[in-house]
Design a protein around this ligand. Structure first.
Ligand code: NAP
Length: 252
């Protein structure tokens, strides 16, 4: 049987680790040619080699998506290198937690620049290509999957600005979904709970200690990649708008 995503091209941001790396591998296994975007080129090269070993096609895009030109460049290099763009997985993100009072402002700036602006730059640059793919692509449908979080549903003490950025991702995604639904670009929101990746490791040591003490059961990046793959492999008339996924034991 022909893989469902055969002939399509997917761009995954934040593909050098965690959910992005797992999603890129999963989409490649479904037949998509994948463009891998992140700052750590060596990690992307290793993933690209794995994908090629499995018979897939991968393009490495070393870039910082908080830089507008580099984000636009990642989209353009995908289309130049792989011929089209059917799927954008807007995944790159950072989570820097802690109290609002006396928080280091650069942490807030980093989260807004990556989780909000980086995602918007990629979405803006990708949309003309996704609209074209929905018109003339092999599947007559295109996908933008934006990665939010449980924190995009509910704010908690200690996650104020992270939660702000993810609520923003949810609001933008729903508005854009309504705008492009009839043109067969599906905009989906994925809201993971605790997932074992590098995400927490970027926090200050004192914050990391408190995160670790609260950490219970976790999912794997592959569990979230599964959800992303499910979303983008639905038939043309089915759009999974939103998916909230927690480890079974996670209560909040
Ligand atoms: N893990 C969880 O529990 C969890 C829960 C809910 C939501 N999420 C969301 O899932 C997404 C993926 O996170 P993850 O858990 O997989 O964490 P991760 O392993 O830390 O992955 C983050 C990815 O973003 C990339 N990135 C960071 N800054 C970037 C930049 N300026 N330009 C381009 N890429 C950049 C990183 O690559 P480089 O450093 O190489 O650039 C890395 O590939 C995030 O949006 C996160 O908020 C995660």
């Amino acid at each position: 049987m022909q893989p469902v995503l055969d002939g399509t091209v997917a761009l995954v941001t934040g593909a050098s680790s965690g959910i992005g790396a797992a999603a890129a591998a999963a989409l490649a296994a479904e037949g998509a040619a994948v463009a891998l975007a992140a700052r750590r080129g060596d990690r992307l090269e290793a993933l690209a080699a794995d994908i090629r070993d499995q018979g897939g096609t991968a393009l490495v895009l070393e870039c910082d998506v908080t830089d507008e030109q580099q984000a636009v460049g990642a989209v353009e290099r995908t289309v130049d290198g792989l011929g089209r763009l059917d799927t954008l997985i807007n995944n790159a993100g950072v989570m820097l937690l802690g109290p609002v009072v006396d928080a280091p402002l650069p942490e807030w700036q980093q989260m807004v620049e990556l989780n909000v602006l980086g995602l918007l730059y990629c979405a803006h640059a990708a949309l003309p290509h996704l609209l074209r793919a929905a018109e003339d692509g092999p599947r007559q449908v295109a996908d933008m999957v934006n990665i939010s979080s449980v924190a995009g549903r509910a704010a908690r003490l200690g996650n104020g600005v992270y939660s702000l950025t993810k609520h923003g991702v949810g609001a933008f995604s729903e508005s854009l979904r309504q705008e492009v639904a009839k043109r067969y670009v599906r905009v989906s929101l994925v809201e993971p709970g605790a997932t074992a990746t590098e995400l927490a490791s970027h926090n200050r040591p004192e914050i990391l200690d408190s995160i670790r003490s609260q950490f219970g059961q976790t999912m794997s990046a592959a569990d979230i990649a599964d959800a992303i793959t499910y979303i983008v492999t639905r038939p043309r008339h089915v759009a999974v708008n939103e998916m909230l996924i927690r480890p079974t034991e996670q209560e909040r």
